[in-house]
Design a binder for this molecule. Structure first.
Ligand SMILES: [Mg+2]
Length: 256
């Protein structure tokens, strides 16, 4: 997994550099979660929703690493007419069911999928990756109430708790306090986990649901993880990389 993740990280950096676009910080915080989910956890009947749609690059890179997207696809990232847009589109990409990135809506979609599976008697689990900034959105909390009330234990939330969002730290913008405690008080089965430790993520994701409660992994992570000059820096939410910054990022990841 270590080698796979390093290669995916290099491909992710290249994709963002060549397209000259930002959002690399939040992609780097989520990459291990997506790679672990796709390589070690997802079964054929399982479904995934990327609620933090601005991490589309990490999702595309992950789909490429499992052979669901090709090199020819990745070079189209962010290009005119591409299906690999900066936020996932509703059609044209394997495994992508919904257009996301209008933040705060992915959890409602995932909860609906989980309820749909139950009503149809269909097998499989539903996973949803959210940012921490998305907990500013009332729709996320509504979906949480719904999922707990419906006892949707096939649903697992993965929360990329990097402590930063587009315009500041989550503490400055709208302090969440202990998200773990809040989720527990809503009736979820919650586990805190290191968002960059693939083994811990795998173990936590494979844990079967207990007692009719949706499950949530509060994954502590670092925005810009693995590139020292980007780590924990809000500006890397939006900054595109200059050539020398890209070269430095590649050097660091290659040597990691
Ligand atoms: Mg964040």
């Amino acid at each position: 997994m270590r080698e796979l993740i390093r290669n995916a990280k290099l491909r992710l950096l290249r994709m963002h550099f060549e397209a000259r676009v930002g959002h690399i910080g939040g992609n780097l915080s989520a990459l291990e979660m997506l790679m672990t989910l796709y390589h070690r956890v997802l079964a054929p009947d399982d479904l995934f929703v990327l609620s933090k749609g601005h991490s589309a690059g990490a999702l595309y890179t992950t789909l490429w690493s499992v052979g669901k997207l090709r090199e020819d696809d990745l070079v189209q990232f962010h290009q005119e007419g591409t299906s690999l847009s900066g936020h996932p589109p509703a059609t044209g990409i394997p495994d992508v069911i919904f257009a996301t990135g209008s933040l705060g809506h992915g959890l409602g979609l995932a909860a609906g999928l989980a309820l749909g599976k139950r009503l149809k008697g269909a097998p499989g689990r539903v996973f949803c990756l959210l940012s921490d900034g998305e907990w500013n959105e009332g729709s996320t909390w509504e979906s949480l109430i719904f999922a707990a009330h419906q006892r949707l234990d096939s649903l697992t939330l993965m929360i990329d708790l990097n402590g930063l969002q587009g315009f500041g730290s989550t503490r400055e913008v709208a302090d969440l306090g202990s998200l773990k405690e809040k989720l527990e008080s809503f009736g979820l089965d919650v586990e805190a986990v290191d968002g960059h430790d693939a083994l811990s993520l795998e173990r936590a994701l494979l844990q079967p649901p207990t007692g009719g409660r949706p499950r949530a992994l509060v994954a502590r992570s670092i925005k810009g993880h693995g590139v020292s000059f980007m780590e924990r820096k809000m500006e890397w939410h939006y900054h595109p990389m200059a050539a020398e910054q890209y070269a430095e990022a590649v050097r660091e990841v290659t040597e990691s």
